[in-house]
Design a protein around this ligand. Structure first.
Ligand code: E4P
Length: 221
């Protein structure tokens, strides 16, 4: 499973990349807004330059023509730019048109299995089901991932399932067990994943025992 970082913060992206854990990046208008004061074009260019993998940038037009125009502007900024299009009827039209132009699209704001199927049929490279926001309204977000996975397997659909709106490490484990293609994580969740209290406890014990043997911390090889 690929790991994307769900952020518009270049420092977080550089840090995650330096750990070797980040295969790509997803942004959205709310994440861009968090980078208060920064110039939108500059942020996008910096993210695209810093990231070797795909970077999703979202359009804010809601009509077909506007989405296509904004999509072309986004693509001009980098060959790794993926255009994020919301799951609407105009959005589906735009996904079809852009995929005919070989422009990769991430269909966002997916909350039902049929929305995911329609986005895939329109030619989306990725579909982004939002699991956390479903959990927030007492639905089971991960059940949606299972349903989409089954449908895509039934029809040999190549569109990648990009699990979005992830809130905790359990979402990530479940995504991997289901066989999702990508999980996009907030930096805070990414940081937690390599850590385990038993790992920290075990390491302290090993180091304490070593100090008994070599009080000056020597490693005599
Ligand atoms: C995905 O691409 C979205 O940017 C993101 O995962 C939304 O997550 P949220 O529900 O935490 O805002």
């Amino acid at each position: 499973m690929k790991i994307f970082l769900d952020t518009a913060n270049v420092n977080e992206i550089k840090e995650g990349l330096s750990w070797g854990l980040v295969d790509g990046v997803t942004t959205n208008p709310s994440l861009i807004e968090k980078e208060k004061g920064a110039n939108f074009k500059d942020i996008v260019k910096k993210i695209l330059e810093a990231t070797p993998g795909p970077v999703s940038i979202e359009v804010v037009a809601t009509d077909f023509d506007g989405m296509i125009k904004q999509a072309h502007k986004i693509r001009e900024l980098g060959s790794n730019a993926v255009v994020k299009i919301p799951m609407t009827i105009d959005g589906l039209r735009a996904i079809r048109k852009l995929s005919e132009e070989n422009i990769p699209v991430n269909c966002t704001l997916v909350f039902s299995p049929i929305q995911a199927l329609f986005a895939a049929k329109a030619g989306a490279k990725y579909v982004s089901p939002f699991v956390g926001r479903l959990d927030d309204i007492a639905e089971d977000g991960m059940q949606l991932i299972e349903q989409i996975k089954t449908i895509f397997m039934n029809y040999d659909i190549e569109t990648e399932i990009l699990v979005a709106s992830i809130r905790n490490p359990v979402h990530v484990v479940r995504a991997a067990l289901i066989g999702a293609d990508v999980a996009t994580l907030p930096f805070e969740v990414l940081k937690k994943l390599p850590q385990h209290p038993k790992t920290d406890e075990g390491l302290s014990k090993f180091l304490a025992d070593w100090k008994k043997l070599f009080p000056d911390g020597n490693f005599p090889l």
